[in-house]
Design a protein around this ligand. Structure first.
Ligand code: AMP
Ligand code: ZN
Ligand code: ZN
Length: 419
């Protein structure tokens, strides 16, 4: 009796969940569309690219947690042992690097939170107005490159797409809403691919945060993180099955922005130095802005005394981190190694995070898997930097790169089939 009651509760739960998803699915029909754009005759002849970004998917997760669909995608196509994030290994800098081919110092998003001296203003990922203000963003994102060359594009939550960079947004676009069901996102990509050719986007970008969310909360080694990996893996598996039935020349490029390290110690910054009136970005790694040079020198002395913390100035930050931007990088950048992080106030330090040096912490390594008609099969390459993805995708789409970038097609050219 008890069992059958539970059975009905669970059936009812499933029905309610399906209803809830349906409502969100319907809501999602309110996607933003530019209705008077069409693919040019030239664009109609080009291939398609679906760029899938899985936030915080560490380089070893697919194998570690047995994500069979993702592994199959890489095995049947191409992959890199590890995708090296740009410094700092945070979400906004790296997602925007992937779609611009520029280092964070050059595209302008030098952190998830940072200050601009010239504008005397802050950029924060949670500040919707700043996120939508194109004057914060440099570079030519892939969707802008496509649209400027007569090819339609679409984004489902990719960083930067809510802002009209160079006056252009993707033809199909969504305002960020983290509560959007994950199931809906790749379903929307399939719907885009089923549109009439003239209105069908060729460059599509879609974003998932679930693996990063759980990785922060529980850490990279927790079974919950494994569950999130398998959840996204099953979404990818279903997507690839449906995609195969469409019979279109589609390339799927699966990437992440960074990995995840377990954390267990915190340095509470205001307890170890006198910050006075300095402004601090407590994103990771923290950056301190102190325009008064006398106070700055005093603070520098104190920062240098703090154990287990590297202090870089804007000018002496190691060359190999390629982190340069005089307007936006703090006077001091505070870099620790896992499992230590820097905090604004005391709090328990558990779970995981990222933002560590991607060249010394292997756990910051991200993923790069790709498959499609223009790509070789079964090729695995050594670790590669994420600045090179932009010219690689531009090549798959037949787009001409219109402005100087930091990436180079040479780095990933080996993955392309010879014509
Ligand atoms: P972090 O782990 O701090 O680098 O940032 C990850 C978080 O960024 C995710 O959990 C999302 O909530 C948030 N995020 C990702 N993309 C966007 C976006 N396009 N707009 C606003 N927030 C975003
Ligand atoms: Zn991220
Ligand atoms: Zn994160």
């Amino acid at each position: 009796m008890k069992r059958s009651f539970l059975f009905y509760v669970s059936v009812l739960g499933t029905i309610l969940l399906t209803q809830a998803q349906r409502i969100s699915y319907k809501d999602a029909q309110a996607q933003q569309q530019v209705i008077d754009r069409y693919n040019s005759e030239w664009a109609l002849q080009q291939a398609y690219v679906v760029l899938v970004g899985i936030d915080g998917f560490r380089f070893d997760y697919a194998k570690k947690y047995g994500a069979e669909h993702i592994q199959r995608l890489g095995d049947s196509g191409v992959k890199s042992e590890r995708l090296l994030p740009s410094f700092p290994s945070k979400t906004f800098p790296n997602h925007y690097t992937i779609v611009t081919g520029l280092l964070p110092g050059n595209h302008g998003l030098v952190g998830n939170s940072f200050y601009s001296r010239s504008r005397q203003a802050w950029y924060h990922v949670w500040d919707r107005e700043a996120v939508r203000d194109s004057s914060w963003y440099a570079g030519v994102p892939l969707w802008v490159l496509a649209e400027e060359q007569g090819m339609l594009s679409a984004s489902f939550f990719w960083v930067g797409a809510e802002s009209p960079v160079r006056g252009v947004k993707p033809t199909y676009n969504y305002a960020y809403d983290g509560s959007m069901p994950n199931e809906y996102r790749l379903r929307q990509v399939l719907d885009w691919l089923r549109l009439p050719e003239a209105r069908r986007p060729h460059m599509m970008a879609v974003y998932f945060s679930l693996v990063d969310d759980v990785g922060h909360k529980y850490g990279p080694d927790h079974p919950k993180t494994g569950e999130a990996v398998l959840k996204v893996d099953s979404l990818i598996g279903d997507f690839m099955d449906s995609l195969n039935q469409l019979n279109l020349p589609v390339h799927v490029v699966l990437v992440s922005d960074h990995g995840m390290s377990a954390i267990s110690h915190g340095i509470v910054l205001p307890e170890v130095v006198d910050l006075d009136d300095a402004q601090v970005s407590y994103s990771f790694p923290p950056m301190i802005y102190q325009p008064d040079s006398t106070k700055r020198l005093k603070l520098y002395d104190q920062l240098l005394q703090v154990p287990n913390m590297n202090v870089y100035t804007r000018k002496n930050i190691p060359e190999y981190l390629s982190f340069k931007n005089n307007d936006r990088i703090g006077d001091f950048i505070l870099v620790t190694d896992a499992p230590t992080i820097i905090l604004e106030k005391p709090m328990p330090v558990t779970g995981g995070t990222h933002g560590f040096n991607p060249y010394t912490d292997e756990n910051m390594g991200a993923i790069f898997y790709a498959t499609g008609p223009k790509l070789k099969s079964g090729l695995e390459m050594p670790p590669v930097e994420n600045i090179h993805i932009y010219p690689f995708i531009a090549q798959l789409l037949g787009l001409t790169i219109s402005e100087p970038i930091d990436g180079n097609l040479n780095a990933l050219e080996i993955l392309l089939k010879q014509d």
